[in-house]
Design a protein around this ligand. Structure first.
Ligand code: C2E
Ligand code: MG
Ligand code: MG
Length: 561
């Protein structure tokens, strides 16, 4: 039997080596080989265990494979535990039938060698998988950015990226979902949503989590409908039974890769989906924004303003312009609004080109305080010069409302300049969310107590609510020009009726009404008919540089045309 046994042994080794060296692992061949070996050596069962770390071995968190089992024996013949260099633990156990005859030393040696080869092979395969798991997934089980970069690399090298769609999703209001169902369930929703999109994408692309509630990836046009449907809204379960679920939707920025497309680095795609994704976030839920090159230009502009702003502030390039408010009956200047202008290299930049940008990261707050400070300095000087001074309103961005010290800040600036409080008016815009509403009320009431005037700006734009003037103790209502009826002859038109009633309501409540953007005699006539007597607009003056405004203020009265 010895010779035959040896031939068999050599054959087994040869087959094993062939198997482990072939590029594609042939599972069927492997099973047949294991069965052959087990028959030959009269084994009843063979089990291998794999644990990525010793700790996981202790906790029995690993993988156990039974490669062969004829169901006839549980007697342990052989047991081997190997710890690899990476500290992975591999354990092999061979069982024989209970009444098995004794084994020769030669047979045991052969079996030992064969088994070590097998275990080495199995553990190498497992380790590759572990490396994949650790390297391309985060600890919560999501694929990570490295997986995305690798996918792009491989697909690009095979020339298959062109025509695909790259995306960035941002779940809408996920903070609120977390509040409603708890963080733990929120985490499940995030993971399940990820799996839903992953399934829709199938093998046409990849999705990974960038962090938080942001996902990025790539998919093929042919699954576009399924994926977009999920973005517009999906019920995502968060319990195992699938009974409890929550509705989520996403905002998506996408970049349609041209075809053909050659990627130089993942940045080619990342930059674009980030830009489109940020734009999508600013839209309503379910929005899908497609990247185009204009967005890049816009982003560069934003960046430029943000970087130039600090220096400009230091160099006091921001100027206060004053626009008079005029009593249309007496034609007297009764007040002014301070409006910001950026004097940049001898050219004037209007606020709409920088204020929305400064609002993105709250830089606006600093600028508003700067404006208030400069206005206070001017008023102090005018008073010291013995001029007759009018009240000046200063705009405060709604970005201030989260600042719990806003009131103290404002008062500190006014008092530092030694300006009597009644000369200052603070303009704030209306707001739509309850949280801000509370803050707004707190700030306005606080200013009232200090004798500083308050105005609600741009009334009639967006979602004006009468609640706003009922609940908050404003002094002044600034009515946006768009609220002023265009056709004043049709007195029964909705525009006319609304204007008339809102104005009289506000006046009955004791609010001063200022109408903004009055440009024409006709508009002036509308104001007259509705008994609102304060106007601010080009009809009287544009916002004026300081010296010109001082001249106007000293004149006090606008001559009749
Ligand atoms: P706002 O506070 O509603 O200011 C009124 C705007 O209407 C000003 O635009 C003014 O120039 C313009 N306006 C006045 N009369 C007329 C008119 O007869 N016709 C037309 N078409 N427009 C008129 P401006 O100065 O370009 O400011 C735009 C906005 O920028 C302001 O709207 C305000 O929201 C913001 N802003 C300006 N300065 C500041 C500031 O210092 N801080 C903050 N937070 N916002 C500011
Ligand atoms: Mg204003
Ligand atoms: Mg306004």
């Amino acid at each position: 039997m010895g010779g035959n046994n040896r031939d068999k042994y050599i054959e087994f080794i040869r087959r094993l080596v062939d198997l482990t060296h072939s590029e594609i692992f042939d599972h069927e061949k492997y099973k047949v080989l294991i069965a052959d070996i087990c028959h030959h050596y009269r084994l009843a069962k063979g089990v291998t265990e794999f644990y990525p770390t010793p700790r996981m071995e202790m906790m029995k968190q690993g993988e156990v494979f039974c490669d062969f089992d004829n169901g006839k024996g549980e007697k342990i013949l052989y047991h081997l535990r190997i710890v690899s260099q990476t500290k992975a633990v591999i354990i092999g156990t061979l069982y024989v039938e209970d009444n098995d005859e004794d084994w020769t030393g030669e047979e045991m040696e052969q079996l030992d060698t064969l088994f070590r080869i097998i275990i080495g092979f199995v553990s190498r395969k497992r380790l590759i998988r572990t490396v994949e798991d650790f390297g391309f997934h985060d600890i919560e089980g999501y694929r990570n950015f490295r997986a995305f970069a690798r996918y792009l690399d491989i697909t690009n090298s095979e020339n298959r990226l062109g025509g695909k769609i790259a995306f960035l999703f941002d779940l809408h209001n996920f903070g609120i979902v977390n509040q409603e169902i708890g963080r733990k369930n929120g985490d499940k929703v995030l993971l399940n949503f990820y799996h839903m999109v992953e399934k829709a994408i199938g093998d046409t692309g990849i999705i990974i989590r960038l962090g938080g509630d942001k996902y990025i990836g790539v998919f093929d046009r042919k699954v576009k409908r399924e994926v977009f449907e999920l973005i517009s809204g999906a019920n995502v379960p968060y319990d195992d039974a699938g009974e409890k679920s929550v509705r989520v939707s996403a905002a998506a920025g996408i970049y349609m890769l041209p075809n053909p497309f050659m990627m130089k680095s993942p940045g080619d795609i990342m930059d674009k989906i980030m830009i489109a994704g940020n734009a999508a976030k600013r839209e309503t839920e379910g929005a899908i924004v497609i990247y185009d090159d204009k967005m890049k230009a816009e982003k560069d502009r934003v960046k430029k303003v943000q970087t130039e702003y600090k220096k400009a502030l230091e160099k006091e390039e921001f100027l206060v312009y004053y626009q008079p408010k005029v009593d249309i009956v007496t034609r007297k200047i009764v007040g002014a609004e301070a409006l910001c202008r950026w004097m940049k290299k001898g050219k004037i930049v209007p606020p709409m080109e920088f204020i929305p940008i400064l609002e993105i990261n709250n830089d606006i707050c600093e600028l508003d305080f700067y404006m208030l400070d400069h206005v206070c300095r001017d008023i102090r000087r005018w008073l010291d010069e013995g001029r007759e001074v009018v009240r000046v309103s200063v705009n405060m961005s709604r970005k201030h409302l989260v600042d719990v010290d806003l009131l103290d800040h404002i008062m500190a600036i006014i008092d530092r300049n030694n300006v009597p409080h009644e000369y200052i008016e603070i303009e704030l815009t209306e707001t739509t969310t309850d949280v801000f509403f509370r803050d707004l009320k707190r700030v306005v009431s606080g200013l009232q107590e200090q004798g500083v005037w308050t105005a609600v700006d741009d009334f009639g734009m967006g979602y004006s609510s009468l609640n706003l003037i009922r609940e908050i103790p404003w002094n002044v209502l600034k009515v946006d020009k768009n609220f002023v009826p265009k056709n004043m002859n049709d007195e029964r038109s909705i525009d006319n009726l609304m204007f008339k009633h809102v104005i009289s309501l506000a006046q009955d409540m004791g609010l001063e009404c200022v109408i903004e953007g009055v440009e024409t005699v006709d508009q002036l006539e509308v104001l007259r008919r509705n008994n609102c007597n304060i106007a601010q607009g080009y009809f009287f003056d544009r916002p004026l540089p300081k010296e010109e405004f001082e001249y106007r203020m000293d004149q006090k009265i606008y001559p009749e045309e």
